[in-house]
Design a protein around this ligand. Structure first.
Ligand code: AMP
Length: 227
């Protein structure tokens, strides 16, 4: 089974993707994670994509496709994939459709998480993560403690409940999050509309505003009734 999971920045895609993958026995591939890994490795390609992603802009299609193609060569994709945050343009959707068709597969469902722009901003600008495990935490929702303060300007340094120092993504600054939100409305949402009308995929809108277990239950209900 092959699934697309979408939503504006901070909609909870990563969190819900674990649940869906476990339920359907498929692997998650997040193009955002692949891009961040490329940047972390400090490759030439990493430096190129950083120019775009650190500003909250979309990485050009041919570069994203090249990075994704490498990941899709691995054996674990044969049982099905949850595409997290991919495709983001019609061009990417067309290329994905072709890749799946060559393997006798097609997208079985699209989950589109919906949250308001204010919530998107609130979740992203207060989100920190553990650099090793990649687990995300929200300063308010997880009531994070201040581990120390910067010696230069006294800004707080937060830690996870187990005491690990947390870091912030470089696209989490408010003006960059705003660009990501705008990009979602201007480029990704029109593409999502076309997935339903032109690609004939089943698109399920899911309210991403409630807490994690409520969203999980809603997604599980859609899976049980439709897939
Ligand atoms: P995400 O973690 O999904 O929010 O992605 C982080 C950043 O990676 C985005 O703001 C884009 O710069 C880039 N990115 C992720 N997926 C794609 C994609 N499918 N197409 C273009 N850029 C992407």
């Amino acid at each position: 089974m092959d699934i697309i999971l979408h939503g504006p920045p901070g909609a909870g895609k990563g969190t819900q993707s674990d649940n869906i993958c476990e339920k359907l026995g498929i692997v998650a591939i997040s193009t955002g994670d692949l891009i961040r890994a490329e940047i972390k490795n400090g490759t030439e390609l990493g430096n190129t994509v950083k120019e775009y992603s650190s500003q909250g802009k979309l990485v050009p299609d041919e570069i994203v496709m090249g990075i994704l193609a490498k990941r899709l060569e691995q054996d674990d994709v044969s049982n099905g994939v949850l595409f997290d945050g991919f495709p983001r343009t019609v061009n990417q959707a067309t290329m994905l459709k072709e890749w799946l068709a060559q393997r006798g597969r097609s997208i079985n469902a699209v989950f589109s998480l919906k949250i308001t722009d204010d919530e998107s901003m609130f979740r992203c600008t207060y989100r920190l993560s553990n650099p090793e495990t990649k687990k995300s935490y929200h300063i308010y929702y997880h009531k994070l403690k201040v581990l120390a303060r910067s010696e230069t300007d006294f800004t707080p340094i937060f830690c996870s409940p187990d005491g690990t120092r947390l870091t912030m993504r470089d696209d989490a600054l408010p003006h960059k999050v705003q660009t990501r939100i705008d990009t979602y409305h201007n480029e990704t949402e029109p593409m999502l509309g076309k997935l339903e009308t032109d690609f004939n995929y089943k698109v399920f809108d899911v309210d991403g505003m409630p807490n994690i277990p409520v969203i999980k239950e809603e997604i599980n209900k859609i899976i049980a009734e439709n897939l």
